[in-house]
Write a protein that binds this ligand. Structure first.
Ligand SMILES: C[S@@+](CC[C@H](N)C(=O)[O-])C[C@H]1O[C@@H](n2cnc3c(N)ncnc32)[C@H](O)[C@@H]1O
Length: 238
């Protein structure tokens, strides 16, 4: 009995600590990023509404925004620039889209199949402070969007293996149709192996060992699939 009591106290304490950490992180992000940018993207979706649509393979992950610290890390690794069209696959309330739209890219895009989240992303894009780039938010399944304009692929654990397998295949088809150098940044990369298995992608060495973030370079001139994995146009590919 004393054993169970101790476990209950320990679990409650752990839950309180993680709850407090999450509140502290949200507050810090609000004052450091959300308020200056003029957007509202915090908040999590914990459970599906009754009868809510799921993605085609029913393996979509519910909304949770990428941490701003992780977005900063991604930007330092991929160095978004004026030649980039960025797309966030499963953009939720548009945090990453807004972030990249302040980095001087040619265009920052997002696609989200939950219409109410896409509507919030559009509102955020409209009031974004310090925007340097046009923004476009698409409503729908990211397996159906035109990938040909995209040079910088971004995603934060949007879905499981079935969906991402199709996305990877579509990326390959797009590169065959329109050869170009691309980068793929995947935060919380639970299906990283899928992209490791793509002959047209190679890991960015500078991102090896970065916690919870995986980056690949690929396509024309990247060296991926050309016998020199990782050798690419990006200065930090080594
Ligand atoms: C973990 S959240 C990431 C949100 C956003 N990328 C960010 O970083 O703030 C994953 C999002 O992907 C969306 N999603 C999952 N599968 C999708 C699909 N096939 N097409 C479009 N959106 C999808 C979910 O609705 C959810 O909003």
């Amino acid at each position: 009995m004393r054993f169970y009591g101790r476990n209950i106290v320990r679990n409650t304490a752990q839950n309180l600590v993680s709850c407090w950490r999450s509140v502290a992180r949200t507050l810090a992000e609000h004052y450091r990023y959300e308020r200056p940018l003029g957007i509202r993207t915090t908040g999590y979706v914990y459970r599906r509404k009754k009868g809510e649509q799921a993605n085609e393979f029913r393996d979509d992950v519910l909304y949770e925004p990428t941490g701003y610290g992780q977005l900063e890390q991604v930007a330092a690794l991929v160095r978004p620039g004026p030649g980039d069209v960025v797309m966030d696959f499963g953009c939720g309330k548009g945090r990453a889209v807004a972030f990249f739209a302040t980095k001087g890219v040619a265009k920052s895009m997002g696609v989200e199949f939950r219409a109410e989240l896409a509507a919030v992303a559009r509102e955020n894009a409209a009031r974004l402070v310090g925007r340097t780039s046009p923004v476009e938010i698409l409503v729908g399944d990211f397996l159906e969007v035109d990938l040909d304009p995209v040079t910088l692929f971004f995603m934060y654990n949007p879905a499981g293996e079935k969906t991402l397998k199709v996305l990877a295949a579509r990326m390959g088809e797009s590169l065959a149709r329109r050869p170009r150098p691309i980068r793929l940044a995947y935060v919380f990369p639970i299906c990283a192996q899928l992209f490791d298995d793509c002959p047209f992608l190679a890991r960015l060495p500078a991102a090896e060992g970065v916690k919870d973030i995986a980056v690949w370079v690929g396509g024309a001139g990247s060296g991926a699939g050309e016998g020199a994995p990782g050798a690419g146009p990006h200065p930090s590919t080594g």
